[in-house]
Design a protein around this ligand. Structure first.
Ligand SMILES: *[C@@H]1O[C@H](CO)[C@@H](O)[C@H](O)[C@H]1NC(C)=O
Ligand SMILES: *[C@@H]1O[C@H](CO)[C@@H](O)[C@H](O)[C@H]1NC(C)=O
Ligand SMILES: *[C@@H]1O[C@H](CO)[C@@H](O)[C@H](O)[C@H]1NC(C)=O
Ligand SMILES: *[C@@H]1O[C@H](CO)[C@@H](O)[C@H](O)[C@H]1NC(C)=O
Ligand SMILES: *[C@@H]1O[C@H](CO)[C@@H](O)[C@H](O)[C@H]1NC(C)=O
Length: 470
């Protein structure tokens, strides 16, 4: 606790008060409200404004006289944002140093980080990381770059649900808890700098996809046992505690719908999670769901008005995680972006407001440990044998000092082709703001290196998708 500033202590105190309050069921962070549905447009009620009650709570909970932030007009204004990847959920490829410093190559994710290290040491490292990886200066830089949103990841193990809030276990062993007050501090920074927040449950009990970015690499057991029901309690708790301090709550990142047990439960989970959030907060807080790798067309008519309101669809757009995508030429990558644009805009026309919520400038999977700690890349054949290879990884990732002028020129064009996707729907969120050593994935380095414009509405290729689509 010696690292915590006075401000953070105040936030902690408030959290404690709020938690006590919550446990006694004497007060709610956000009171219920009813928004009268208007018209029959499935998306119309989305622009409902937060009530004064949630505004008051935001100001109280951020514990300082920060200026109030104008509610974002979803559907009318375009989301332009970055993810704050690798902050409250570790990813070995974003911060390899944290993993290297353990001297233990069996530590491959946040789960094993908690499991295999001395708890005091692990907490110390994590607190230092939570305190330094993203700071208020980053929020200022994000706002200065013309971005209006951050998407912030949180793992279930960081959410301080108590046994009064759930009939399921509250144990998070072996994860190291403690990120929550740092998250609350960040919400204050976001507000101060006029940046809107999508809070994204990135890791659920059991792991919803088996990726290290869910907290635990290996099998995806989320659909087993009580995990799904427990997750509904967790999102209700989040909505109840901080629903007035965030703009959007994303119920779960990237559930692995390729697994039949997950595909079987995901629709009901979106519905139950939606109900839980609505019951806790009324309609000012937006709810985000994802396509679960099943394609947006799988969700035609799902959670649209009047069955639901204020729901957004998150689609993730990467072009590097299979051999068919890796073998595309640079021109074909641009073409691919333009095809995604068509698919998403067709869906969004009669369905949920749609956001391209993760994408990057990478056209290779070369970033060190991108496929997992100790795992190589498809691109250069250092991972799987008897598969196509595409050459050396040199000059594609790592330090931008190795990037050629031609490559940087392409990165700008590729960036614009993917921005075009989000601009054709309700917005876009780049993955990610910073990475220790993967500049093709870094918005910050893109600004510095010139392949990401200082004003995200600037275009060198204004008609990039006008010829390449059907
Ligand atoms: C890892 O090894 C280095 C060099 O021997 C040492 O300084 C450091 O304390 C070790 N870290 C841990 C977590 O044991
Ligand atoms: C826990 O179970 C009791 C008894 O069935 C029920 O009244 C209560 O609402 C449940 N609590 C939660 C948080 O679901
Ligand atoms: C939300 O409220 C509705 C109506 O009161 C109720 O039927 C439903 O069970 C609640 N859902 C959750 C998840 O609390
Ligand atoms: C773009 O992709 C479509 C569908 O794969 C293909 O038919 C078309 O030829 C491609 N165009 C270019 C310029 O590569
Ligand atoms: C990237 O390379 C430049 C030039 O060699 C060097 O000055 C800089 O420290 C490097 N950055 C990182 C993060 O290693």
């Amino acid at each position: 606790m010696h690292r915590l500033s006075g401000f953070l202590r105040i936030v902690l105190l408030l959290v404690t008060l709020v938690t006590l309050c919550h446990a006694r069921q004497q007060c709610r962070l956000v009171s219920k409200l009813d928004v009268q549905p208007e018209g029959s447009d499935p998306q119309a009620p989305l622009s409902a404004s937060p009530t004064s009650s949630s505004q008051t709570v935001s100001q109280t909970a951020s514990a300082s006289a920060t200026p109030s932030i104008t509610p974002f007009n979803y559907g009318k204004d375009t989301i332009r944002g970055v993810n704050l990847g690798g902050w409250f959920v570790l990813e070995p490829w974003i911060t390899p140093s944290i993993f290297e410093n353990t001297n233990n190559s069996d530590i491959i994710d946040e789960y094993t980080f908690g499991q295999m290290l001395d708890a005091d040491y692990a907490l110390d490292v994590l607190q230092n990381h939570w305190d330094t990886w993203i700071t208020e200066d980053d929020f200022a830089a994000i706002a200065a770059a013309g971005l209006n949103h951050v998407r912030m990841q949180i793992g279930y193990w960081s959410i301080p649900i108590t046994s009064a809030d759930t009939n399921y276990t509250t144990s998070v062993t072996p994860y190291i808890a403690g990120a929550w007050p740092y998250l609350l501090r960040a919400l204050g920074w976001a507000k101060k700098h006029g940046v809107h927040v999508i809070l994204d449950l990135h890791g659920a009990p059991g792991s919803q996809n088996g990726y290290d970015n869910s907290g635990q690499r290996g099998s995806a057991d989320w659909a087993q046992g009580d995990n799904v029901a427990r997750t509904v309690d967790i999102v209700r708790f989040v909505a109840d505690q901080i629903g007035g301090m965030i703009d959007v709550l994303e119920l779960l990142n990237e559930p692995g719908g390729w697994q039949s047990d997950i595909a079987d439960v995901i629709g009901q989970y979106w519905q139950d999670g939606y109900n839980a959030v609505r019951n806790a907060t009324g309609t000012s807080l937006k709810v985000m769901i994802g396509d679960a790798f099943l394609g947006v067309d799988n969700w035609d008519g799902f959670l649209t008005y009047p069955d639901a309101q204020g729901v957004l669809m998150d689609f993730h757009e990467y072009q590097i995680f299979n051999y068919d995508q890796l073998e595309m030429s640079q021109d074909e990558h641009i073409n691919y972006s333009c095809q995604v644009l068509q698919t998403l805009s067709n869906y969004a026309k009669s369905n949920l407001y749609t956001v391209s919520g993760e994408w990057s400038n990478a056209i290779t999977d070369c970033a060190k440990w991108l496929n997992g700690r100790g795992v190589g890349a498809r691109w250069d054949g250092t991972w799987q044998s008897n598969q196509p290879t595409f050459g050396s990884c040199d000059g594609y990732t790592g330090n931008m000092s190795t990037f050629s002028d031609d490559y940087k020129k392409f990165l700008r064009k590729y960036f614009e082709s993917q921005v075009a996707i989000g601009e054709a729907v309700q917005g876009w969120i780049f993955w990610t703001w910073k990475a220790e050593n993967a500049d093709d994935w870094s918005y910050q380095k893109g600004l510095e290196g010139g392949w990401i414009p200082q004003d995200p509405t600037d275009r060198l290729y204004p008609d990039i998708c006008s010829n390449s689509t059907s």
